[in-house]
Design a protein around this ligand. Structure first.
Ligand SMILES: N[C@@H](CCC(=O)N[C@@H](CS)C(=O)NCC(=O)O)C(=O)O
Length: 207
């Protein structure tokens, strides 16, 4: 398998899951600005939308869109338990969580990555948008559960972790949501997360 990624971007969720699974994979650091893969090919031929992640399977299929890529990966090794079995209510709950992360939480960061400096009212509004969506994560964790669906880590947690981690990067405080902060710190300590962050150049390898 080959994962087209950008350091620290949402594609890191799939990178973490590949590590969790101990799968054999290659990485291609793709430049979405120039539209070129690491090998210098046109990325638009792989994903006409021009964004990561894009996963090339061992059969040569191209899979895009975070919720689809993540579920595909989880289904390669069902025994790893990174997604509940298809056809169960638990799987629907996973899809509910993935869609929330994708279309609400992830998109709430859009204004910070729009290429324009945010100041004054625009910044306040953008910060409030992130904090409002993070409140939903806080509610999910209110009963003391470790992860979004309960006590088992799933692909939705990898995706939520990567997105929530952007808060620190763009300078949005999640102090109003202490359980969410602890959740992010917990997932950051997983060996699969550390390995992905080191490989993507976000942190140094511990001595
Ligand atoms: N709907 C897409 C969104 C993916 C996305 O937003 N990717 C960002 C990185 S987090 C990206 O590649 N942006 C570069 C661009 O759009 O040119 C998905 O869920 O996979």
């Amino acid at each position: 398998m080959k994962l087209h990624y950008k350091p620290g971007a949402c594609s890191m969720a799939s990178h973490i899951i590949l590590n969790e699974l101990g799968a054999a994979f290659e990485l291609d650091k793709t430049d979405t600005d120039t539209g070129k893969t690491e090998a210098g090919e046109s990325f638009l031929k792989i994903n006409p939308n021009g964004y990561v992640p894009a996963l090339i399977t061992d059969d040569g299929e191209i899979i895009t869109e975070n919720p689809a890529v993540l579920q595909y990966l989880a289904d390669q090794s069902p025994d790893a338990g990174l997604a509940p079995p298809n056809g169960t209510l638990a799987r629907i709950r996973l899809q509910e969580a993935l869609n929330f992360v994708s279309s609400e939480l992830h998109k709430s960061f859009g204004p910070f990555f729009g290429g324009k400096e945010l100041d004054g009212e625009a910044r306040k509004k953008a910060e409030a948008g992130v904090v409002r969506r993070a409140a939903h994560i806080e509610q999910r964790l209110a009963d003391g559960r470790t992860f979004l669906l309960g006590d088992t880590f799933t692909v939705a947690d990898a995706y939520a972790f990567v997105v929530l981690n952007w808060a620190a990067f763009v300078g949005v405080s999640l102090a109003a949501h202490p359980k969410t902060q602890a959740y992010v710190a917990r997932i950051a300590k997983r060996p699969a997360s550390i390995k992905a962050m080191v490989a993507e150049g976000l942190m140094e390898q511990a001595a």
